[in-house]
Write a protein that binds this ligand. Sequence first.
Ligand SMILES: [Cu+2]
Length: 451
Amino acid sequence: MVNTATSLRRLLARVAALLLIAMTAATQAADYKPDVTFTLRTGIGQGKMIFTGVGGEIDGMVNPVLVVEPGEVVQITLVNGDGALHDVVAPDFDARTDQISGPGSSSVMVFRADKEGEYVYFCSVPGHRAAGMEGLIQVGERQASAESLPSVVRSPVDLPAPVGGRAPTHLDFVLETVERTARLADGTAYRFWTFNELIPGPMLRARVGDTVTVTLKNPASSTMTHSVDFHAVTGPGGGAELTQVPPGGEATFTFKALNPGVYVYHCATPMVAHHISNGMYGLAVIEPDGGLPTMDREFYVMQGELYTAQSHGTRGNLEFSVDKLLDEDAEYFTFNGSVGALTVEQPLKAIVGDAVRIFFGVGGPNATSSFHVIGEIFDRVYDEGAITDEPLHNVQTTSVAPGGATMVEFGIDVPGRYILVDHALSRLEKGLAGFLLAEGEEQEEIYRKGR
Ligand SMILES: [Cu+2]
């Protein structure tokens, strides 16, 4: 019965789609006679929303790749399979269907695939794309796979050990300013500028009274002069005046760490906001005499924004837009360098019972973060990175300025998946999320289903 009903529904949907194709074809100009047609049916299930291919080579495929030849007129028919409001849009071709909501209703869009490459189609009803309604239109030969692109993601557990109770000493800290093309998001590449190839740059961890010699090397392969300004430094420019290094050069300076705290460092070569946006930021943690209290786990996370000329979700190589930077109109927001860095690539991991510390900074260059972990409460927030002051207790969301940082601590009481966000949640849609995965026994006294 179920199968028969499903088949009948599918048949009706196809008939409706065909009718619509016929009507559209009849009413549109002759130069819009399609060379290739696809039908996509909407569906909802298991918390996801999808397009399913109907007929032809894409039959039954979820969010199918629609392969067409350059110059072809493409017709996509959307059939509503679930009764919720949907559409399908292909912004790179200025094409969209109507928004439709009745089960079995449909709408058509037609466009000419006038450029080679990979382009997205998705449902533009708010939230639906993030819920899964997204696929690719591949025009011509398949592009070099972005999945094989290198990663700029620094692991959130890649940070130096605590200084403990040691006496002051003299440290060396070497930074190399590496420009490299890497993965920004699935199918999307960007030319990042980094300290030591990853984002954020390496953490400098020292104690009050330490003397630090910083060496900045700019490889000959670079296209830009780079530098570094440490907010942990007392002295004009924080090092920036001493380290403007052209490609192939190197510079050294020495500073004494006078103030404990969690401090941002960043490239300070004009246009500074451009260098920061491209990935040139990191943290310096200057511990007080005697060190910080020991924790079970420490994490290193930084937030940044990217201003690409192409809109969010565009496939291929994206370029920097100075206009969007000046308008503070970011296309991407990231934790640790790229979309998915701390969800798919390198999620934070802990065990129930752990005491956890996160050093969290904002490279920016512009957006203040409303840092929040969904499902957790910060037991202690060392506001503004003031680690020798009394912390705030029991904080839900803490504000972290660009060029600012904080240290938060909390216990892991219940297993499961916690989500790091900036609670300015539009940024979640632009790539900003991280997971903290906690393993351990369920704690039903604290959290359970039902009464
Ligand atoms: Cu730079």
